[in-house]
Design a protein around this ligand. Structure first.
Ligand SMILES: *Cc1c(COP(=O)(O)O)cnc(C)c1O
Length: 349
């Protein structure tokens, strides 16, 4: 979901942006009016995430999956080694991609536990000469999240935050690179936000495609080629909206309340099972099953008919997944809990 006030503002500006005489979709990315839009988006994100001055914010393309390749191309160039924490499907894909470019190893994995918790890692788990350590902070499909930031003893930590960015404050200074596809919590699909520490820019392999080079993108203020103008504009509106409601501390309060409502219900009954270990629970993606595949199917279908959309779990894991990103209101979660309770009473196992 996107926040309703953001969609309404975008609607009001759809045909004609301010006094420009045109839609944001029609503007030249090199025009002064668009320059203001992209600069405002960056500055709002910087304020919102409290990004330190020695970090750059880049707007790139290719999604988080593009970053699975961009990260090794840009950073696996010192020792040529990189250590991956595999905590779910996306970090597994990132690891697989990195192996094309150098000596990537899996430093820790929770696959043996079906990714129902995140691995516990410490500095000793990583090769001291690794160029970086890669992790996925919130595992969208499994509904897990790291309750801690791993200690890497100074090795740059690279985090995929696609499904949790802007959901709560984060100490950016603990990371070398944070990247996120915008489409979960920031904007419509099309833009990928990369937050990178200055000293990590300029290390890329000569084979790095220009559009994936952090140095090239930083030197050109994310305008080496045509950026995804409209998604960046929407990203700016979302950031502006979040600032207006009190920033990420306020968003976190709301998100905690929503997640607690759902987890408290799950913990209070025995009809549904929540497979994730409580210490690894995600605040954004809540997974649960009935324990019966046919009932799971019925649940997703009836929920959909009742207006509760997209509750079917990822095709790779089945069951149900309630993605309660920033813009999902508390009432949405209340309605879901009411539906779950009714469904349990009407469909005895
Ligand atoms: C959705 C998601 C991705 C995939 O993003 P694309 O932009 O489709 O490449 C990667 N990582 C995480 C954590 C995600 O939630």
């Amino acid at each position: 979901m996107l926040p309703l006030p953001v969609l309404e503002k975008a609607r009001d500006q759809l045909v004609c942006y301010e006094d420009s005489g045109m839609s944001v979709m029609e503007m030249s990315h090199r025009s002064p009016v668009y320059d203001k839009i992209i600069k405002a988006a960056e500055s709002n994100l910087r304020t919102l995430l409290n990004v330190p001055e020695n970090y750059r914010i880049l707007f790139m393309q290719g999604g988080a999956s593009g970053q699975f390749a961009a990260v090794p191309l840009n950073l696996m160039t010192g020792s040529g080694k990189a250590d991956y924490i595999v905590s779910g499907q996306f970090s597994g894909k990132a690891f697989k991609e990195a192996k094309k470019y150098g000596d990537a190893v899996c430093a820790a994995s929770s696959e043996a536990e079906n990714f129902a918790r995140v691995p516990t890692v410490s500095a000793g788990d990583f090769r001291p000469d690794a160029d970086y350590v890669h992790m996925c902070f919130n595992n969208t499909i499994y509904g897990t999240k790291f309750p801690y930031i791993p200690d890497t003893a100074g090795i740059p930590l690279v985090a995929d935050m696609s499904s949790c960015i802007l959901s709560e404050p984060v100490d950016v200074s603990r990371f070398g690179v944070i990247y996120a596809g915008a489409q979960k919590n920031m904007a419509p699909a099309g833009v990928t936000v990369v937050i990178i520490r200055d000293d990590l820019i300029g290390r890329e392999s000569p084979l790095t495609p220009a559009v994936f080079s952090y140095k090239n993108m930083a030197e050109n203020d994310s305008m080496y080629n045509t950026p995804p103008c409209y998604s960046i504009y929407m990203c700016g509106l979302v950031a502006e909206y979040l600032l207006s409601i009190g920033g990420l501390p306020e968003m976190e309060k709301i998100n905690k309340k929503k997640a607690a409502l759902l987890y408290d219900y799950l913990d209070s009954q025995s009809y549904y099972l929540a497979p994730v270990a409580p210490s690894s629970r995600s605040m954004m993606n809540v997974t649960f099953v009935t324990g019966d595949k046919e009932l799971d199917k019925k649940f997703a279908a009836e929920a959909d008919a009742a207006g509760l959309k997209n509750l079917k779990g990822h095709r790779s894991v089945g069951g149900m997944r309630a993605s309660i990103y920033n813009a999902m209101p508390l009432e949405g979660v209340e309605t879901l809990v009411g539906f779950m309770d009714r469904f349990a009473k009407e469909n005895r196992k």
